[in-house]
Design a protein around this ligand. Sequence first.
Ligand code: FAD
Length: 527
Amino acid sequence: MGENTGSDSVSVRSEVTGLGLDANSALKGSIEGLLKTDVFMKAVEGSSVAISITDLKANILYVNQAFMDVTGYSKEEVIGQNESILSNHTTPRLVYQTLWGRLGQKKPWVGVLLNQRKDGSQYLAELTVAPVLDESGESTHYLGMHRDVTEVHRLKNQAINQKSMLEAVVDVSPSVTVLINDQGEIILDNLAYKALASDMGAEPIKEIFTILKERTRGKFALDQRVEVKGIEIELFCPSMGTRWFTCFGDSITIDDEAIDHFFNPVSRQCTLLVLNEITEIRRRQDELRLHSLKELVAEEEFIQALGETYHGAIHQLEQPVNLIAAAVTMLEKRLGNSTGQDPVLEAMKLAHQTGQEALKSLTSMVPTNRVFPKTTVNVNQLLREAISICSTRLSSAGIDFNWQPEKTLPGIWGQETRLRAMFKQLIDNAIEAIEMGSAQYRVLEIATRSGNGFVNIEIMDSGSGIPENLELKVFEPFFSTKEGHSSRKGMGLAMVHEVVNQHAGMVSLGCSRFGGCNVSIQLPLAV
Ligand code: FAD
């Protein structure tokens, strides 16, 4: 049972000053005399507060109608009885000692007691007791005022219990749950939300708002009812990396608790957001996607390499066949009319014919470039995929990779598979150049920007670089600055050139700020 000894002395006075009297002066002197005062009598009698007046031993001298209504006792049954008649003997002794201690100091006491009615039922009484002092300042009587606060207490406890139960249910949920008011302030959150905040090292709600606004094209607002149904949100946690969630949300309308809206109730809108973590599913999906992309790129590279091998063989064979053709012409000229009988000429003609047949056969074996459908392509996405495919090589080569994408890059119209293979080729080239080079820093930077109707891609490395006089020549098939390193020597940049041409783009080489090569590609935006 609680007590409050300070402010409630005022409530004693206000109860009585409501009658135009001061508690300590109006009740001075003879109670009997005062009771004769008609106005006072009517006011006290009619008060909705249970009022009793006792002698200094708490023996009851007077009770009003409300006292009888609350306790169930009639006037006759309680006059002359001690106030302890109301005690159900479970109120701690200390409470009574404090009550009496205050009265002994001639001060009022306010607190809550557990009372018992005549019928034995219990109720919680919020009681104010105050001494009535005579002219010399001595207590002559005690004034008691109480009201039944059982229902208030029950409702208060019910609200507290419901809050505790709700918090327990919300806390036990693995979903990140947060309730925010229309000012963006958190009203309720659960353990999963708190854990996320600690992992992020910041309040997640700000980031969540920004993403929801972006994903709903500005429709999401705290003061408007917007249902959020399964929007994917990625949040960065420094120690764990990116985590993915699906977000659901709805609005809840609650009454404003501020007392200034007592006579004009105002509703406030709150937003409940629930985020389910899907990081593991996303990771598995990404792994599967990366795996199939690697297979796709490997197949593309294999077909490319096959074509290059055939082209190489044709290139190698064309020279001797052409030489034989020249030798046949020369021999025919020398022999004049007697060509028909010359066995050497016949052998050379046969060799030339065989060579040409071999060339024809090889040419027919060259795999034709597969035609992929063109779609609107996100270059950032393709670059990310190409980087992922090369990530093991990048990290094992100890390369410091710097990814600088334009945040919202417009799409281009192109062949995803070919463009991805091209980006991978350029990253492979850069890694090879860095590994061959002797630069102190091993850096690869890829940046994307858009402007003037183009998407610009810059791939900058700190590798060995390409001499200025070879910046055009390196795009020719079979030209390479490396010596005998690769079986596909000199075909990588030729492929890049071909893919860029297919997309009506431009490619150029230059020197990067890291001392190596800077490949710059412009691809036209989708119209
Ligand atoms: P008691 O033996 O009556 O008293 C318990 C302790 O209170 C004692 O140990 C003693 O320290 C102290 N005490 C008791 N009487 C005095 C005294 N005359 N002077 C100094 N100390 C004393 N009690 C309720 O339970 N419900 C009520 O609604 C209620 N209303 C009251 C209204 C008024 C105006 C007053 C003056 C008292 C009221 N009391 C009420 C208190 C009541 O008088 C009893 O003190 C209380 O009920 C405990 O009774 P008890 O028989 O258990 O113990």
